[in-house]
Design a protein around this ligand. Structure first.
Ligand SMILES: O=C(O)CCC(=O)C(=O)O
Length: 435
């Protein structure tokens, strides 16, 4: 017998103005539970500009404002009535074209529904500040990193001739396409055991969707949504697990040509990067940089004598390092990092994680360090306002002014060598042991 979803409860709803950051962590981020947060969008420009001003319109989207002010020549659009594997068919069109289509659909309902999806609005209109990210979500490593670094720096994806095409196994995985359909027990044998929460997200409400939670959205009326995909120390292991799962698919797909490949692991990693957007080396380069940034911040903070800033911020930094350490220890022993395979990786990739001195001198790393420092300062400030504690007046040895060759903190880190996950675990242990 085929099954339908079994809704067992509602997503919890909390007023975000009376929730502290620490409570958000304890109740939702750390246990990976969803929540609808209210009261956080009062000052957003988008709440005002993007909705029709007449109360009789009940806050419906102001489409004319969009067409006039954001006339992008090309925006990504999904065709809701179509299906390509586990997703909808994608098109590109101009914003005015999209809005025209939307208005026509509202009037006559016979053209197919379009959904403007995954449009990077902030990148395209950086001067229009549509919203401020709620403090609960500012510890966002993905966007901190992407703002300063390209994710796949190696140019090796397309260059190898006579290799199994990177895109060949894309879309082979299956997932339930529509929860409202009968879901085949044959294809999804455990489906009847799944339990679902549901909620209606009202205008100006924010929903936190935890890592790995399958979710499906049905718009009950015309809607504009703002989304962030992000992760941090609380779900870094999810990112690694997903990458590892994708890697296994990539490897399985070419398993039968292993014996005739000079560099089988290299091919797996190239295919992984082509499909997932990053491979194990990219991910490692990323965690090395976050380790260095957190370690430098931690060392500097501990040189401050003030007792307020160091305790709370140091707690975040230690948690971050511990989370990276856990993931790095899972990477030890993967084929990608065995000595033979490391001999095959490009100099670019190897330098990007092993040459600590060079990393510390990169402008992109300095930008990352600055953003990291500002982020935890911002969270700390929000916590102090909540608890009404004293604000520190200490101006100590902050990382930004102190990323100099004569700084003993940086000197110490510069002496470390990182040739793989084992070294990274050792480096983190040394930093944490010092504390
Ligand atoms: O905003 C939407 O319509 C859905 C977005 C979503 O589900 C997601 O980003 O995962």
């Amino acid at each position: 017998m085929d099954g339908r979803v079994k809704v067992v409860g509602q997503v919890e709803r909390v007023d975000g103005r009376s929730l502290t950051y620490a409570e958000f962590v304890d109740r939702f981020m750390e246990p990976n539970r969803p929540v609808v947060l209210t009261g956080l969008t009062g000052s957003w420009r988008s709440s005002e500009d993007w909705t029709l001003p007449d109360p009789a319109d009940c806050g419906r989207p102001n489409l004319g404002f969009f067409a006039r002010n954001f006339p992008s020549p090309l925006v990504p659009v999904a065709v809701c009535s179509s299906r390509e594997f586990t997703d909808q068919k994608r098109l590109e069109m101009s914003m005015p074209e999209f809005i025209d289509h939307w208005i026509r659909n509202t009037e006559d309902h016979d053209s197919s529904l379009l959904y403007l999806k995954d449009w990077h609005f902030v990148k395209e209109y950086p001067d229009y500040v549509a919203y401020t990210t709620p403090t609960f979500f500012v510890d966002d490593w993905l966007n901190m990193y992407l703002d300063s670094h390209p994710i796949h720096r190696d140019s090796d994806i397309a260059n190898h001739k006579n290799e199994v095409n990177c895109a060949d196994y894309r879309n082979m995985r299956s997932s339930v396409y529509n929860l409202n359909d009968d879901v085949s027990e044959k294809h999804f044998p455990e489906f009847h055991k799944t339990e679902w929460l549901e909620c209606i997200q009202e205008q100006n409400e924010v929903i936190f969707v935890p890592s790995g939670w399958y979710h499906q959205v049905h718009n009950l009326e015309d809607t504009i949504s703002i989304n962030h995909n992000w992760f941090n120390a609380y779900n870094l292991h999810w990112v690694w697990n997903l990458l590892y799962d994708d890697y296994k698919v990539a490897r399985e797909y070419i398993e039968d040509i292993r014996d005739i490949c000079d560099d089988f692991e290299g091919l797996c990693q190239r295919n992984l990067a082509a499909n997932t957007g990053m491979n194990f080396y990219d991910f490692f380069i990323f965690i090395v940089r976050f380790t260095l940034a957190n370690a430098i911040e931690l060392c500097h903070i501990q040189q401050l004598e003030d007792t307020v800033i160091p305790t709370e911020t140091a707690h975040h930094l230690v948690y971050n390092l511990t989370s990276i350490r856990n993931v790095a220890s899972k990477m030890i022993g993967t084929d990608a990092f065995c000595t033979d395979n490391l001999l095959h990786i490009s100099d670019d990739n190897h330098t990007a994680f092993s040459n600590i001195k060079e990393i510390l001198e990169e402008d992109s790393f300095r930008r990352l360090l600055m953003t990291l420092s500002e982020t935890y300062e911002h969270i700390g400030r929000a916590e102090r306002i909540c608890f009404n504690t004293r604000v520190s007046s200490q101006m100590g040895c902050l990382s930004l002014s102190c990323l100099k060759s004569d700084c003993n903190v940086v000197d110490h880190i510069c002496t470390c060598e990182v040739h793989g996950p084992e070294d990274l675990v050792r480096l983190i242990d040394n930093v944490l042991l010092d504390k």
